[in-house]
Design a protein around this ligand. Structure first.
Ligand code: C2E
Ligand code: MG
Ligand code: MG
Ligand code: MG
Length: 285
């Protein structure tokens, strides 16, 4: 009985290893197939000005609707694409979809608004990076958006290379945001070395506001520092009114999170932005 059990167990383990290898191996083919099949699309999460409580910007987030697996989270397929070099193809595709949407989205805003996209540090090292960026900028409607590139500090190991790319981007009038600030390694080094426009404060810090976790005092330090350095801040993952109040009282520049809106598809976004921005402002500070 135990022998049979052992046999079954090892069979099961073998099957598990086999399937994970198989899926790992075919993930590259799957992404390429998905690209061909137009399974990728973009959602946009509104970014709110902390003073006026109006939507003044959008963050583009890539989505994959797999025909069998359903929605695959970007953390999974982006991470895989980064190790396989497919991040270039994925980002080119994302940029072209965003540029197309932008021609429509510009009409939801009475004035120039902000358009953020996430850029993998792995892409910045690729030969095609400058061409990819210039093609994107040229495909956007003229003067409608201030483009922001969000770059995570995770994976940004080559500091000299990153510094050079940041300068090139800013020369082309693209603003730089450090994404998920506080989750990477040696975070504070970047503040000193780079000329940055925004720090995006990770959701973990925002959660610490009403959960009173140990890192709560770190948030206050970060906010004091950004004020000193004259860096604009975006708080990520704002879910409660309490968090919003706290962040606004402590000088955060922009708010983003489910309290205001989840990432939305282009079809509902236009009306959402208009309705949101037309709301009566009397109860707002
Ligand atoms: P991120 O850039 O930090 O994006 C914010 C993530 O937090 C998004 O998850 C968003 O849906 C989620 N979020 C926003 N507000 C809230 C909230 O109030 N509560 C909670 N629980 N979550 C909230 P998403 O779309 O799953 O994206 C995950 C990450 O994948 C992104 O983190 C970004 O690093 C990466 N990613 C997404 N699209 C792209 C892309 O086109 N290119 C690259 N390189 N990375 C991308
Ligand atoms: Mg981001
Ligand atoms: Mg982020
Ligand atoms: Mg994040």
């Amino acid at each position: 009985f135990t022998l049979l059990g052992g046999l079954l167990l090892s069979l099961l383990v073998c099957a598990l290893i086999y399937f994970s290898l198989l899926s790992w191996h075919s993930a590259e083919r799957e992404i390429l197939r998905g690209l061909k099949n137009k399974e990728f699309f973009v959602e946009y999460q509104p970014v709110i000005d902390a003073k006026t409580l109006k939507i003044t910007g959008l963050e583009a987030l890539l989505r994959w609707q797999h025909p069998i697996e359903g929605r695959i989270p970007p953390e999974i397929f982006i991470g895989y694409a980064e190790t396989q070099g497919l991040i270039v193809e994925l980002t080119q595709h994302m940029m072209s979809m965003v540029a197309t949407d932008a021609h429509q989205l510009q009409h939801a805003f009475p004035e120039k608004s902000k358009l953020s996209i996430n850029i993998s540090p792995h892409h910045m090292n690729r030969v095609s990076f400058h061409d990819d960026v210039l093609n994107f900028i040229e495909a956007l409607p003229e003067n409608a958006f201030q483009v922001i590139f969000e770059i995570t500090e995770r994976g940004m190991i080559d500091t000299e290379g990153a510094l050079r790319e940041f300068n090139w981007l800013r020369f082309h009038n693209i603003e730089i945001a450090i994404d998920d600030f506080g989750t990477g390694h040696s975070a504070l080094i970047y503040l000193e070395k780079f000329t940055l426009d925004y720090l995006k404060i990770d959701r973990g810090f925002v959660m610490s506001i009403d959960q009173k976790t140990l890192i709560a005092p770190v948030l206050d330090t970060v906010l004091k520092l950004t004020e000193e350095l004259k860096l604009k801040t975006v708080a990520e993952g704002v879910e409660t009114e309490l968090q919003s109040q706290y962040l606004r009282n402590h000088g955060v520049t922009y708010l983003q999170g489910y309290l205001y809106s989840k990432p939305l598809g282009i079809s509902v976004l236009m009306n959402f932005i208009r309705d949101f921005n037309e709301k009566d402002a009397t109860y707002q500070i």
